[in-house]
Structures are given as C-alpha cells and as structure tokens.
Design a protein around this ligand. Structure first.
Ligand code: PMV
Length: 339
C-alpha cells in the first residue's frame, strides 16, 4: 500500500484570541513553518506511531529535592500528543463508517516546534491526521473541496481532547492564508492581500496549557459577566477595524490595533511579564505594534515592523531578550498532500 505524505502549516492569531471562544470573530494566518506527517495502511488493527524529537519535548520532567535528582519521562506530555492522533483516527473512521478495527496505520510525525507554545501545533497534528486517514481510505479526490470537511473533523478532535476549542486554529490550518474566522457559522473567509505583511513571529516558554488559560478567562467572565460582555464588544470592534486596515494596507493603523488588543489581553490576565518586556522594547526600536498571540501565559507573540530592514532589527532585539524567532512572513497554503 502506498505512503501518503503531508505538509501542514502552523498558525498565529493576529486578532481576537479568547473572545473567539465566546463567538466573536477573529483574524488568524498560517505560517511557513511546517509539521510533516506521513503514513500508510498496515492492516491488523495496529496503530504504530513514530513521533519526532521536537514533538517529544519536554519528554523528561526533572524532580529536585534536597537529596534527590530524578529525571523521568514526561508521560503526560507524550500521552497528550498521542491522544490527538488517536482521536483523529477514531473521528475520521466514524465519519467514513469504518466500525471494526480492520485497518491499522503506520504514522510518522515531526515538527520543528514544540507543542503548546500557541502556534497551532496541536491543531496541525489534528488536521494532518484527519487528512491522512481520509486519504489512506480513498476519501479525497480533490483536496481543495475536502478542506471544510477536514477542518470540521479536526475541530471535533480538538474539542474532544481539550474539552473546548474554537474553530479558529483548525479552520485556518486546513484552509491556509490570512483568514477572518466567523466562529458561529463556522466559516474562515480569506482576506486577500497582495503585499507582504512585515511581521516577526516568535515565542517564549509557556507555563500553562491552552485549556488552563481558557479556563482562567472563563473564571473572570463568571465574576463579572456584564463587564466581560463589554470587553468582548471592544475586541469585536478591534477585529473589524483590523480587517479594514489589512485590506487597505494601513500598517500604522494595524499596529495601533495590535497594541490595543495586547492591552485587552493583559486586562484578561494572560500576558506574561516576558511578553510585556518584549513588547515594550520592540516598540522602543520601531515596532508599529506588538501583541501576545494565542492563549498567552508566554508562548507566541507577533510584532509588526515598518519595513523589511526594521523587521531584522526587531528579530535581533527579541532574540536578545530570550525569544525564539520562527517566522518573518505568512503563508497562503493550508494542508497539502505531497505526491
Ligand atoms: O495558543 P493556542 O494556539 O492554543 O490558541 C488558543 C486560542 C484561544 O482563542 C485562546 C482558544 C481557542 O480555542 O480559540
């Protein structure tokens, strides 16, 4: 049986994270940083999974006490990565109508990024595994036509594994490009721009999972629903203004909106001290806007530069502050099957 190979982009949220969980539209884009998945059918009901090194980190947890140093494999982390893959196979087989464990799969998966830094790695694993399972079972004749089905199935994988998730990550990664996400539909409309967006995307370490950070924001909402509703309205307005600024190539306006969105995320209590320092320093050296991207608690951030030259300066300063820079551009393509 032939091997299917996939290239899956990661993603960043430009505007509207957290509010999107409560039905407010958001803007996200795919990045040219890819996860690779390949697989074949092997029969016998066995699923063999080969997970690359970077997805395994942190495979070890270190326990220190006065008289003991113990380094142990981090079972929970590995279980989480594997649960996205196994759930995706279950969801997909149920969709196709495979009821017995007659098929087995051999799957190899690798990524240049660790999971849980807010770059959509888990959504990319879900989108990739769903696409792989559909392709291996001859369910894809035209990938472009299957992308909304893939996004929907991958979204249910995320909801099962995480407890809750908006459709933003899975729809953006399946379809690709700069997308205006309408979570209530759900739809991911392409924002068609014909210029290069001078962004710098990086990440710092993250101490909490997306699920924990989403729960933290939910607690805030429960304390004062009225105020929370007003905050959602403001985020919704920022997203609409940002869409216009993107279409009109108004980079100054876009930067200002990024700073506003960052300030609101800060008021929701999910921006780390490191990100605030990075935001402050990057603005000092000319960034038009800087914001935490995704669930927060550290993790991903995005800065907007005035020009290509200024982009390099921002990347150098962010790196000197301990961040890892992973992209200076967006990409147009969603999940791809390589032949
Ligand atoms: O940090 P990430 O890539 O897991 O993104 C989470 C984005 C949230 O809006 C906070 C949650 C969601 O489901 O959309």
């Amino acid at each position: 049986m032939s091997v299917v190979r996939l290239k899956i982009p990661t993603k960043i949220t430009l505007f509207g994270e957290h509010a999107v969980v409560y039905g407010v539209p958001a803007i996200a884009t795919t990045l040219p940083v890819y996860i690779s998945i390949s697989g074949e059918k092997i029969g016998g009901g066995i699923i063999r999974i080969n997970v690359g090194k970077s997805l395994q980190t942190p495979i070890y947890s270190v326990i220190l006490s006065r008289d003991r140093i113990s380094i142990e494999p981090d079972q929970d982390h590995m279980k989480k990565v594997l649960s996205y893959i196994l759930t995706a196979i279950d969801v997909c087989e149920e969709y196709i109508g495979i009821t017995q464990e007659v098929y087995g799969y051999s799957i190899a998966i690798d990524s240049p990024l660790p999971v849980s830094v807010g770059l959509g790695t888990s959504a990319a694993v879900s989108v990739g595994t769903v696409t792989l399972c559909l392709a291996l079972n001859n369910q894809i004749t035209d990938l472009e036509n299957s992308k909304y089905d893939i996004a929907k199935l991958a979204w249910s994988v995320e909801k099962i594994v995480q407890g809750s998730a908006s459709p933003m990550d899975t729809y953006t990664i399946a379809l690709g490009g700069l997308r205006y996400i309408e979570p209530s539909a759900p739809m991911a409309h392409l924002i068609d721009i014909d210029y290069e967006l001078p962004i710098v995307v990086g990440f710092t370490s993250r101490t909490h999972t997306t699920a924990e950070l989403v729960r933290k924001v939910k607690e805030l909402r429960e304390r004062n629903e009225g105020l929370f509703k007003e905050i959602l309205k403001i985020i919704g307005k920022i997203v609409e203004e940002a869409k216009k600024a993107l279409i009109n190539q108004d980079l100054e306006g876009l930067g200002m909106l990024m700073n506003m969105n960052h300030g609101i995320l800060q008021s929701l209590g999910i921006v780390s001290i490191e990100h605030n320092i990075i935001a402050h320093m990057l603005k000092n050296v000319g960034a038009l806007g800087v914001k935490t991207s995704g669930a927060g608690g550290g993790g991903a951030f995005v800065a907007l530069a005035k020009s290509k030259e200024s982009q390099e300066r921002l990347a150098t300063v962010a790196e000197s502050l301990g961040a890892k820079i992973i992209s200076r551009s967006i990409c147009q393509k969603g999940v791809e099957i390589l032949r």
